[in-house]
Design a protein around this ligand. Sequence first.
Ligand code: SAM
Length: 262
Amino acid sequence: MRVDVVSIFPDYLSVLDLSLVGKARQRGLLDLRVHDLRDWTTDRHRTVDDTPFGGGAGMVMRPDVWGLAIDEVLDGAAGAHLIVPTPSGEVFTQRHAESLASADQLVFACGRYEGIDARVAEHYRDAGVTVHELSIGDYVLNGGEVASLVMIEAVARLIPGMVGNPDSLVEESHGAAGLLEYPVYTKPPSWADLEIPEVLLSGHHAKIERWRRDRALERTAQRRPDMIAALPVASLDKHDLALLAELGWVPDPGDDGKLTRA
Ligand code: SAM
């Protein structure tokens, strides 16, 4: 996969040399290129922003500079996606990460100031590029660099060959089960007067599986009731339904195939 990141602070992206993403770059799994937006400016001051039409505080990034940068960086591949991080975007989830992991090219346009002139996203959409305006959460950062790092890491770890043991991706939070992951433990078995749950030492595979699923259901009900409400009842077995009833969730009598609070 090719990933291009355009920013006025390219050094901000230097962490992409580290850890799994850095190794994937070295191994050629990821062709990751970071660009300085100012390389596409045409004036002496290398200006990338201007005052907002209609007035108001702050500065807006100029579409002409962004257009030159994106035109050059897009490699013309049909599978190219332009990602514009913005707090006013759709919230980025594991589903986005999964779908972006099969793209040929991802181009991240990192905004600063009050963001990028809205015509940039509109223009590339009109030109047939798949454009995603995505937020990493309901808060405002100073720039799109950190948001791009978050999305690149979430996508890159799904590329085949990236994570040493692909099984570790299967049961994760926000995976196909629609649950948060169960609590995990390692050695020593006793630490700070805390013991690990006995069942995990039992070697009894089915009991361990059941215990983990119960903990995942409990944790999700406690921390993310929105995820419990989204679970299809058809994906739950009798034991799941009994536990969820104890936790205050029952199949919706309106029979929409989902759960509701008892
Ligand atoms: N005026 C904008 C608004 O209220 O929607 C906020 C602009 S913010 C100060 C500057 C840049 O930071 C944005 O263009 C975007 O690239 C990035 N950014 C800030 N918060 C973000 C978030 N939650 N998710 C993704 N990108 C974000």
